[in-house]
Design a binder for this molecule. Structure first.
Ligand code: 9L3
Ligand code: MG
Length: 136
């Protein structure tokens, strides 16, 4: 069976805002915005990968809260394994996020959520996140 690469993303929510991160690389994604995260390693749980990636990319500890939205198919090179993006809401437990691997970080509210140039794969999650930011 061809394995599926799971990629996890964190919608880190604090006081009515969610953290968006601007990718530095690869070149064709540079400048686009995403929910921070990355690939689940073999043998690693999705939630453990989410915690690890947020520590590596932002220097913080987070706690995943709940899954939001669907599994979203990510674009991959021809013949590469299928990749799916999964997102959790999360809260900060320790530290203040820093752009250790991103160009910039921004806290966005329900009203400003669509003011950045999101990666296409992240778009299906925005309505779910917006309703949580609005107290829905
Ligand atoms: N990706 C898309 N949206 C996201 C994340 C975390 C990742 N919110 C895509 C970008 C890359 C791939 O998934 O093509 C792997 O992500 P990373 O390990 O380079 O962060
Ligand atoms: Mg990443």
């Amino acid at each position: 069976m061809i394995p599926t690469q799971i990629v996890v993303g964190a919608a880190i929510v604090r006081g009515g805002s969610v953290l968006a991160a601007q990718r530095a690389s690869p070149a064709h994604l540079r400048g686009r915005w995403e929910l921070p995260g990355g690939k689940v390693d073999p043998g690693e749980t999705d939630e453990a990968a989410l915690v690890r990636e947020c520590h590596e990319e932002l220097g913080v500890r987070i706690r995943p809260i709940e899954r939001v939205g669907p599994d979203v198919l990510l674009p991959v090179r021809p013949n590469a394994p299928r990749a799916l993006l999964r997102v959790w809401t999360a809260e900060l437990t320790t530290g203040e996020p820093e752009a250790l691997e991103h160009l910039e970080l921004r806290w966005l509210t329900a009203d400003t959520l669509s003011t950045v140039d999101w990666l296409p794969a992240d778009l299906p999650f925005l309505d779910h996140i917006r309703s949580r930011l609005s107290g829905g």
